[in-house]
Ligand binder design. Structure first.
Ligand SMILES: [Zn+2]
Length: 270
């Protein structure tokens, strides 16, 4: 059994469209600006629940939009022409699409698959590539431990992090130059928030934060908290009632905070 593949079949990741919209709207708007006037065909690679594709076909009805994902659960929500496929082995011809878009995809890919995926994206893209990833993510800051096999992993299954420098060179081996990089999704967090969470939300730290362990397949009852809350969970945490809960609010109010753009979108051209 491939538990990593099964992880992405968890419907809670895909069914909450409102959260998908909130988490992705800035990145989607930048992508719309990145779509050049000569683009007639677009591939949304590993499209997830189609949050980008579905908005794209509505906004640009004249574009030919094709989408694929490995997850059947995700693909249910996609309204364009769609395929079940793996990103490192796409069922498309060389240069079949004027533009290939991949949002929140390549940070999830393990060694081997990652390299093949970049090659595949460059192969099926005729002229443009648009890539969205977390901006300089500290991957282990959002980790969880499997209660059964004790494996520690990023609970969004992010396996790598991207700086602007890395993005700049991402497709240079395939003749694509990085034309623009923009960051977005500014979020505020507490300085030393790991320390803060350890003290005030120690019970939360112990929770298993994935629907299924990608290593051994361990699974708990699936609560709502897996519905793609991501880094927002730290600041926007729901608080319980009672005196201790009120005390917890005091450091929240006075604690120094810092802002950071959590997402990055890059445009490449051949
Ligand atoms: Zn496990």
């Amino acid at each position: 059994m491939n538990y990593e593949k099964q992880y992405y079949e968890y419907d809670g990741f895909w069914s909450d469209y409102e959260t998908s919209y909130k988490n992705n709207i800035e990145k989607i708007n930048i992508s719309f600006e990145f779509i050049q006037p000569d683009v007639k065909t677009i591939l949304d690679a590993a499209c997830g629940n189609g949050i980008f594709t579905n908005m794209l076909i509505e906004k640009y009805p004249d574009l030919k939009v094709v989408a694929f994902d490995r997850s059947e659960a995700a693909l249910k929500y996609v309204k364009a022409e769609k395929f079940i496929a793996e990103i490192n082995q796409m069922p498309f011809k060389d240069a079949q699409f004027d533009c290939v878009v991949a949002h929140d995809v390549i940070e999830h890919l393990p060694v081997g698959v990652y390299e093949q995926a970049l090659k595949e994206i460059a192969r099926v893209a005729k002229k443009y590539i648009i890539i969205g990833v977390p901006n300089d993510e500290k991957v282990l800051d959002r980790s969880t431990q499997c209660p059964s096999c004790k494996a520690i992993f990023n609970y969004d299954l992010h396996m790598r992090s991207f700086s602007k420098e890395k993005m700049n060179d991402l497709f240079s081996a395939y003749g694509f130059k990085c034309k623009q990089i923009r960051t977005c999704d500014k979020n505020t967090f507490f300085i030393g928030h790991k320390w803060y969470v350890n003290i005030f939300y120690s019970e939360q730290k112990k929770e298993f934060k994935a629907p299924i362990c990608p290593i051994c397949g361990y699974s708990e009852v699936a609560p709502e908290r897996f519905s793609n809350v991501g880094h927002r969970a730290i600041v926007n945490n729901k608080t319980a009632t009672g005196l201790f809960a009120k005390l917890k609010q005091i450091p929240k109010a006075i604690w120094p905070k810092r802002s950071f753009d959590y997402e990055m979108v890059a445009l490449f051209e051949k």
